[in-house]
Design a protein around this ligand. Structure first.
Ligand code: NAP
Length: 466
């Protein structure tokens, strides 16, 4: 065979985005027997691993250990890593189409979603996405400021991100010091005066998006007590039938919190259900509270539960409000985007334009299917995409690059990006972070700006090459 994918004509693949979906895509490709391939992985930041580094909560080191799997994949000789190279700025679609047979977009979903209520732009109203990226040391968010001098905080949403935010706000400094939380966040949380965290769910515990492990973990915090209001729980119309289901476990856990006797004088997390913010209240431009409408549940014929707002209102004090109501993907230059869903338009991972498949273009992960599931969900998602890629390859449905020589891409990048970070460079940055951590008894101290990462390599952070 001397077609694309043979020893004489390796399949050339570009993967854009070095997060879990990008790495799982590579893992599946590298496991294909008899496929000769060369893969270039492009990442906007100098550091790989996306959500594992910048999204997973720092007090969840086990969830981060998947990075070791990605490190093994990165060691494959068929892979070249190009960090600090941004699609849309340093590279455009034409460039990728000119150099590769197949291109996979795996750029994730980092944009916040809005609540669309009055007062959302008051100072002190933030997206959880920004807070998470800030405490994880994401360079784009290192300059953010969160006023942790307030007493009351409201977190809107009932997903795992809402729980991450509530939990991190309640961890003690001693607990946080054991993690790789960004140094600026550690310092700010050390000074925190937050006492009350309200988690605001528009539906009931049986419909919550959080998972049993995470809601249980909230009750295990040494420095905080969790409570729930019994009257909220009485509203729940749908008691899950299967006692082993996540919904049933969530309900049982929350009921336990509602029945627990108050103890201690530590921080308090109050879970509220069947409430929706109708406005953020403020004074002198700063958020001071949340007006809530109580919701009435309605069970649909298919068993799903919807809510409608009632006239019953209440007001909660809050000097900080975090919207943890999900993420959205961002459009990529030249790639068809489904604005409704916030994803690249695609069928099973094949990029489409108004329903028509665009040969050679693929997508995987959150930018393909939306922000759902755990890190491992991206493995199955990437497998589906790779199946499409292989099927199309067998039918010779791929791009016809004019410059398939790997050196041509080296030249192009060298001409455009002064501070390109190769995988060996990343390992030097990684080692420097770990060394800095050892000096202060922490797993690592993250660099939170790109210039500091490039300085480790002795590179001038002076921007693009052209
Ligand atoms: P999510 O799981 O989709 O949860 C979003 C929450 O926001 C839902 O409770 C939703 O309620 C609520 N919501 C949406 N719009 C709202 C509105 N206008 N007003 C009030 N509430 C609203 O999203 P996420 O928490 O951002 O998590 C994203 C993904 O990452 C999830 O798959 C999550 O499991 C995963 N993750 C996992 C972990 C972990 O494994 N430890 C940690 C973090 C994130 P409705 O259900 O009523 O729409």
């Amino acid at each position: 065979m001397n077609g694309v994918g043979s020893a004489g004509r390796p399949l050339r693949v570009a993967v854009v985005g070095a997060g879990p979906a990008g790495f799982y895509t590579l893992g599946h490709l590298f496991r294909c027997p008899d496929l000769h391939l060369e893969v270039d992985l492009f990442e906007r930041l100098p550091a790989p691993f996306g959500l594992v580094r910048y999204g997973v909560a720092p007090d969840h080191p086990k969830d981060k250990s998947v990075a070791r799997v990605f490190e093994r994949i990165a060691g494959d000789a068929r892979l070249r890593f190009f960090g600090n190279v941004e699609y849309g700025r340093d590279l455009v679609l034409d460039d990728l189409q000119a150099h590769y047979h197949q291109v996979v977009f795996a750029t994730g979903a980092q944009q916040e979603r809005a609540l669309d209520v009055p007062g959302e732009s008051l100072t002190g109203s933030h997206s959880a996405a920004a807070f998470v990226a800030w405490y994880n040391g994401h360079p784009d968010y290192a300059q953010c400021r969160f006023d942790l001098g307030v007493r009351d905080v409201a977190v809107v949403g009932a997903g795992n991100v809402a729980l991450d935010v509530a939990r991190l706000l309640c961890r003690t400094p001693a607990e946080l010091e054991q993690t790789d939380i960004a140094a600026h966040a550690l310092e700010a949380l050390r000074q925190s005066r937050v006492r009350n965290v309200y988690l605001l769910a528009r539906r009931g515990p049986a419909q919550a998006a959080f998972t049993p492990r995470e809601i249980r973990e909230l009750g295990e915090l040494p420095g905080a007590q969790v409570s729930a209001l019994r009257e909220d729980l009485l509203l729940d119309p749908a008691v899950p039938g299967d006692a082993d289901s996540d919904a049933a476990r969530n309900v049982a856990c929350v009921q336990g919190y509602a029945n627990a006797a108050p103890r201690g004088d530590g921080r308090r997390v109050t879970l509220r259900f069947f409430v929706s913010p109708t406005a953020l209240l403020g004074s002198a431009g700063k958020v001071t509270g949340v007006r809530l409408a109580r919701n009435a549940p309605r069970v649909n014929p298919d068993g799903s539960v919807q809510v409608t707002s009632t006239d019953a209102q209440e007001t909660l004090p809050a000097g900080l409000v975090f919207r943890a109501v999900g993420y959205r993907g961002e459009p990529l230059a030249g790639v068809p985007f489904d604005r409704q869903r916030g994803t690249i338009e695609n069928q099973r991972g094949r990029v489409t334009d108004a329903g028509k498949v665009l040969a050679g273009l693929y997508t995987a992960g959150w930018i393909k299917r939306g922000p759902s599931g755990v890190i491992g969900t991206n493995k199955t998602c990437a497998r589906d995409t790779v199946e499409c890629m292989l099927e199309d390859l067998s039918l010779a449905r791929h791009l016809q690059p004019a410059s398939p020589d790997p050196r041509a891409m080296d030249d192009l990048i060298a001409a455009r990006v002064a501070g390109v970070v190769r995988y060996s460079d990343w390992r030097a940055i990684d080692a420097a972070e770990v060394r800095a951590g050892e000096a202060v008894g922490r797993p690592r101290v993250k660099f939170t700006d790109v210039a500091a990462m490039l300085a480790v390599l002795g590179r001038d952070p002076g921007g693009r090459a052209s």
